[in-house]
Design a protein around this ligand. Structure first.
Ligand SMILES: [Zn+2]
Length: 77
């Protein structure tokens, strides 16, 4: 069963809220940054969540499956 939610950093994020997904790991150089090495997932409304590489790949797959479902139609009706 496909879901419109992706699990990122212990949050169920609706796929339709995702604006973009980083291709390279986050690096900002801040000593107190806890997201170093994680992949930023940008959401609508200037929000971001940070995914591990495995989570990031899962989100990309889920988005693709979601989009393909829309293209073919009927899957979500
Ligand atoms: Zn940072």
């Amino acid at each position: 069963m496909s879901s419109i939610f992706a699990l990122i950093d212990d949050k169920h994020v609706p796929l339709y809220r995702i604006v973009w997904i980083a291709d390279v790991p986050h690096f900002c150089g801040n000593d107190d940054c806890t997201f170093e090495g994680d992949y930023e997932v940008r959401l609508e409304g200037d929000e971001s969540v940070f995914a591990s590489r495995i989570e990031r790949d899962g989100v990309l797959k889920a988005l693709e499956a979601w989009y393909n479902g829309h293209e073919r139609g009927h899957d979500f009706e």
